[in-house]
Design a protein around this ligand. Structure first.
Ligand code: HEM
Length: 275
């Protein structure tokens, strides 16, 4: 394992679209690592300087956000008792909660459908929070190829059947030509920068129902590692990555900004004797 990402979700089976939900133990809800201080400082800057980009709240999400803050504090007290849990009472509770952890936090409340009603997302992977606030799960995922056909029904159904006793986690990954955590621009383009500047970006996402308000909390923890570093450290990574890129459908390649990437990667990675 390398220092930057504990998760490398590409394997020899190639690309596939899947919910990929796994049971989540209470003690593993949120993750703390050596990047904590630097990431919380970055969050602090973004919350101060780009508040309208990284925070979006509606009154419908206030009660659940307050409960989320209680749950985050309780989690830290139970599993990371040495970490501070001080908060500023002037912060909205979802902002206060977000300042305590490395994860981005989203609250979804069921009305006519599950809607995103509060969020503090400092490290988005090329999407814009302001475009998603108030939206349903289906509308949030509007740009995602195959989501409507393959994931909409199961995702809505999982949300409807959530209980506070059963939580889940899943992984999502992509390649981006920058290691910046904060990438709020909507839309992705194929990387043009030199391979040395590309990053393998993994999101560890969790879903949990809050016991009192019954809202669902969606957390996103982003791990970014340089592609070079991973190729050097992980034996099968290069061949699995090329296989995943090759087997992704055209529409997914377009959405992810992977068009043309395989050719560049194959030539550069081939020279590194990692296939
Ligand atoms: C089990 C639940 C979920 C599944 C299976 C799922 C699945 C996906 C998938 C496959 C993508 C495409 C990402 C990529 O390939 O790079 C995606 C994107 C995204 N998801 Fe989810 N998702 C789930 C829950 C949520 C929730 C609760 C939110 C609430 C904020 C959310 C917000 C997003 C956003 C904002 C994007 C980017 C959309 C864009 O490009 O505009 N997802 N999701």
């Amino acid at each position: 394992m390398n220092d930057a990402t504990p998760y490398i979700p590409v394997d020899q089976k190639g690309w596939r679209l899947a919910m990929g939900l796994r049971p989540l133990e209470a003690s593993k809800w949120l993750e703390v690592d050596s990047h904590r201080d630097e990431e919380l400082a970055l969050k602090d800057d973004l919350i101060k300087q780009q508040h309208e980009v990284v925070v979006a709240v509606r009154p419908e999400g206030d009660e659940a956000s307050a409960e989320l803050l209680e749950e985050v504090v309780s989690f830290l007290c139970s599993y990371h008792p040495n970490l501070p849990v001080d908060t500023d009472p002037n912060d909205h509770p979802i902002v206060a909660a977000s300042r305590l952890v490395q994860e981005d936090l989203c609250v979804l409340v069921r009305s006519d459908a599950w809607r995103l009603q509060a969020a503090c997302v400092c490290f988005p992977s090329r999407w814009s929070l302001v475009e998603k606030i108030g939206a349903t799960l289906d509308n949030i995922h509007g740009p995602v190829p195959l989501y409507g056909e393959e994931l909409s029904q199961p995702t809505n159904s999982v949300f409807d059947r959530m209980t506070s006793k059963r939580s889940f986690w899943r992984l999502n990954w992509t390649l981006l030509e920058s290691s910046a955590l904060h990438q709020p621009t909507s839309g992705r383009t194929s990387p043009e920068a030199k391979l040395g500047d590309w990053s393998f970006r993994v999101e560890r996402q969790t879903i949990r129902q809050l016991p009192r308000t019954k809202a669902v909390v969606f957390t996103i923890r982003t791990y970014v590692t340089s592609l070079d570093e991973l190729c050097a450290m992980e034996d099968d990574f290069c061949s699995n990555l090329l296989n995943a890129l090759d087997t992704a459908p055209e529409a997914v390649q377009q959405y992810k900004g992977w068009v043309g990437v395989t050719d560049t990667l194959r030539s550069v990675l081939g020279q590194k004797d990692c296939r």
